[in-house]
Design a protein around this ligand. Structure first.
Ligand code: DQA
Length: 172
């Protein structure tokens, strides 16, 4: 079981500022994968898991806030790499708290091994999990983990599926 009900899962993936430059942005830190490559691998895994993914990137804090707010309608969870806004944005944190959807925070680099100012995240306190330091694989781990979490929280406990429309907070 799980196929039909899992098909109902809808997850929003948000990429923050400067992630559009991946591939030739500080390659020693962020690697050579482009955002298009990361998105393609997410879409592939989403297809395998039967999850409907919508992926967006913005360099603008307000736009990210608006997209988080809009996720109240029709989404079951959020995966977000807020990039530099991780360390500055109370607005994105508040939006995530307001929509109250299960959220996974992703970072390509290990933010705890870098500069002091990157070691604080405004987002982690409203996220169910944080994946940091695995490069592009982190997004895939986040998708698997969030999918599992949503299925378990909305079902009788079968990790193989069985999630219902009531899982998570769809905000509808
Ligand atoms: C980042 C880490 C942030 O500190 C940085 O500002 C980014 C990317 C990461 O994915 O490792 O832009 O979120």
């Amino acid at each position: 079981m799980g196929g039909v009900l899992r098909d109902m899962l809808r997850i929003l993936v948000l990429h923050g500022p400067n992630l559009n430059l991946l591939g030739n942005r500080e390659e020693s830190i962020y690697g050579t994968a482009t955002l298009a490559m990361i998105d393609a691998s997410l879409m592939k895994l989403g297809g395998e898991l039967g999850v409907d993914l919508v992926i967006r990137q913005s360099n603008l804090e307000g736009e990210l806030v608006t997209w988080v707010q809009e996720a109240r309608r029709g989404y079951h969870g959020i995966i977000i790499n807020p990039a530099a806004y991780t360390h500055t944005s109370i607005a994105i944190r508040d939006a995530l708290a307001a929509v109250d959807l299960p959220t996974v925070e992703v970072h390509l680099s290990n933010i705890y091994r870098r500069e002091e100012f990157r070691r604080h995240s405004y987002i982690s306190g409203v996220a169910v999990a944080q994946v940091t330091g695995f490069g592009p694989t982190g997004y895939l781990l986040a998708l698997r983990g969030l999918c599992e979490q949503l299925c378990v929280s909305g079902s009788t406990g079968s990790s193989g599926g069985g999630a219902s429309a009531s899982r998570g907070n769809t905000g509808t």
